[in-house]
Design a protein around this ligand. Structure first.
Ligand code: BG6
Length: 488
């Protein structure tokens, strides 16, 4: 990176995503000296703004972070503004291209000139933006790379995904495209290849012989909060389950990739993910419980006051391969619940001797929990003898807490997901980005269910804000054989 210049274009610079995630992540990379010394960042949007006005808009989000104001101010010196009359405004992108070239040539002409385009825009303008960029801002590969980061939603179903994909792939090959799913950038998701494949005792028990059930949970203690316009069109299944939870689930359940090293790693991991996705049959309505929190439609940004959009869903998946046959895989997500939490939970089968040795005594099943947030940790719920005179089994935790074990050491960096993923893009690492065939399969799995829900206008079960969600969801999970040890 040091022997190159970098031009970043944030398309949709005054939007929420750019302000809350893109610019703060670029600042993190700048502060950690992970951007080339010759870097320029252009914010592109439709409003009539000067460079300073853009700085004023984004600065409040930058000073919220951990960096001193002087660092924020030096970062802002790299940030310039480009106005366009629309996202497909070729003249504006032509102007931008001239500015980028001026910047590149004012630096060492021996260097590579790399260009990163970040689409912080809604997908309905992807096509025109991609076309305008292709016509005006792309350069020959010999000069440097051009890469594109795109954000979900990648369609609403299989068909709309294919359409969106067609427009993007007309102008950019998979090598240029980085489809971001920020859950793949979280520490615990990144951890899964090492945890599963470098530890004998994980790998040996990671199968239907030993595992009773796998459950991935996402809980948020707040509702739509002004994002109702977007959310009501998509719902919790498209917002969280079809992407974030399914993506993490593939890393938890896939076969070992052929390599984790070098240029081939990106495709090897993604091949392994596609392989497991292909063993998952489409979901039936019977395999799903939907909920909506009371008062959801009171959000003024939701137009349809009779909306049936689910804000909560529990879904059971099957993986039809020898490793997982018969093991229920549960994805559960909800808004306006009792806490903020994301975790992966694996419950093991009863120990063979437990039934006759500890019959009649409470002998809960073992579980391993990977906590993605808050406070990353890994803990193993394990039975031990009650300490002291009693010999009754009691469940306890063997715990690795990242705050005390790793993050308290000032030398260990804890990058946020977006920062880590943008750095991967700069380094050309595609492993943590979603390939088109993964996404296609993800839509094939979810589309029949989503169409059924939409077409038959399935009514979600109401639940109280701040609760665990509908009780029917806990009953459903219990019926599938989950024995509850603690709140999940
Ligand atoms: C986004 C969803 O992708 O992820 C939001 O659109 C959700 O609805 C967010 O709130 C959760 O991300 P995190 O990292 O805060 O768990």
């Amino acid at each position: 990176l040091t022997s190159s210049t970098l031009s970043v274009v944030v398309v949709g610079a005054s939007g929420d995503l750019a302000k809350k995630k893109t610019f703060p992540s670029l600042l993190n990379l700048f502060a950690d000296k992970l951007l080339p010394s010759a870097t320029v960042i252009f914010g592109y949007a439709r409003s009539n703004l000067s460079d300073n006005e853009l700085h004023e808009r984004i600065k409040p989000y930058l000073v919220e972070g951990k960096h001193p104001e002087e660092v924020v101010d030096s970062f802002l010196k790299l940030v310039r503004y480009q106005q366009g009359s629309g996202y497909g405004d070729e003249n504006a992108f032509q102007d931008l291209s001239v500015k980028i070239e001026e910047f590149e040539f004012s630096n060492d002409s021996e260097k590579h000139f790399n260009r990163l385009f970040y689409f912080a825009i809604p997908p309905n303008v992807f096509a025109e933006t991609a076309l305008a960029i292709k016509k005006t801002c792309m350069q020959g590969e010999d000069k440097g790379w051009s890469r594109l980061i795109v954000e979900k939603p990648f369609g609403r179903d299989l068909k709309s995904f294919e359409e969106l994909n067609k427009t993007l792939s007309k102008h950019f090959t998979e090598d240029h495209l980085y489809r971001i799913d920020h859950y793949l950038g979280k520490e615990m998701a990144q951890n899964l290849m090492v945890l599963r494949f470098s530890n004998t005792w994980f790998e040996r028990v990671w199968n239907a012989d030993n595992i009773k059930m796998v459950m991935l949970t996402f809980k948020e203690p707040f509702g739509t909060e002004g994002r109702g316009g977007y959310f009501d069109k998509y719902g919790i299944i498209r917002d969280i389950l079809q992407n974030h939870l399914l993506q993490v689930m593939t890393l938890l359940t896939c076969e070992p990739p052929t390599t984790l090293e070098g240029n081939g790693a990106g495709n090897a991991i993604r091949d392994a993910k596609v392989h497991v996705l292909k063993s998952i049959p489409p979901i039936e309505l019977e395999d799903c419980i939907l909920g909506q929190y009371e008062g959801y439609a009171d959000d003024p940004t939701i137009e349809n006051k009779d909306t049936n959009t689910p804000t909560f869903a529990v879904i059971r998946l099957k993986i039809n391969n020898p490793r997982w046959a018969g093991v229920p895989i549960i994805l559960k997500a909800g808004k306006a619940l009792n806490e903020r939490k994301a975790e992966m939970r694996i419950q093991f089968k009863d120990a063979p001797a437990a039934e006759y040795l500890f019959a009649g005594k409470d002998c809960p099943r073992d579980e391993i929990v990977f906590r993605l947030q808050p406070h990353e940790s890994i803990y193993l719920k394990t039975n031990v003898k009650s300490p002291g005179f009693s010999s009754k089994p009691v469940q306890s935790e063997m715990e690795l807490n990242y705050n005390t074990r790793f993050w308290s050491d000032s030398k260990t960096v804890n990058p946020d997901a977006y920062t880590r993923l943008i750095l991967d893009v700069l380094q050309g690492k595609q492993a943590s980005f979603v390939r088109d065939d993964e996404l296609r399969r993800a839509w094939e799995i979810f589309t029949p269910l989503l169409h059924k829900i939409d077409n038959t206008n399935v009514k979600p079960i109401k639940y109280i804000q701040g609760s665990r969600g509908p009780v029917e969801a806990d009953e459903f999970v219990a019926c599938l054989g989950y024995s509850r040890n603690e709140n999940y």
